[in-house]
Design a protein around this ligand. Structure first.
Ligand code: FES
Length: 106
């Protein structure tokens, strides 16, 4: 069973925004898309840019370093779906956002 960790309050992350949170020593990018929360690996596969600091447009976050985009729901690049970032399970309990690392996370 994945271990869920409380990372933020719902009101801390308004719709259309994201932030970087820590889950068991790993930096994870957490986003609010119209009230639904999604979490992906914070580290851009291109050169390590911080995706939690990227601009969010709908379900797509743009890496702040060189502009690669990722779907925060699927982890895939729309321009090249072979390049992905890991997606993390998210759970809402009351007004708390909880995130777990995926089981195969490395
Ligand atoms: S590090 Fe993310 S696009 Fe280059």
């Amino acid at each position: 069973m994945p271990e869920f960790v409380t990372v933020a309050a719902v009101e801390d992350i308004p719709p259309g925004t994201g932030r970087t949170v820590e889950v068991q020593g790993v930096w994870i990018a957490l986003f609010n898309v119209d009230g639904s929360f999604y979490a992906i690996d914070n580290t851009c596969p291109h050169a390590g840019g911080p995706l939690g600091e990227g601009h969010l447009d709908g379900l797509l976050v743009q890496c702040p370093w060189h502009g690669w985009r990722y779907n925060v729901q699927t982890g895939k690049r729309p321009e090249n779906p072979d390049i992905t970032v890991a997606c993390c399970p998210v759970r809402i309990e009351g007004n708390q956002v909880l995130v777990a690392l995926p089981e195969n996370f490395t």
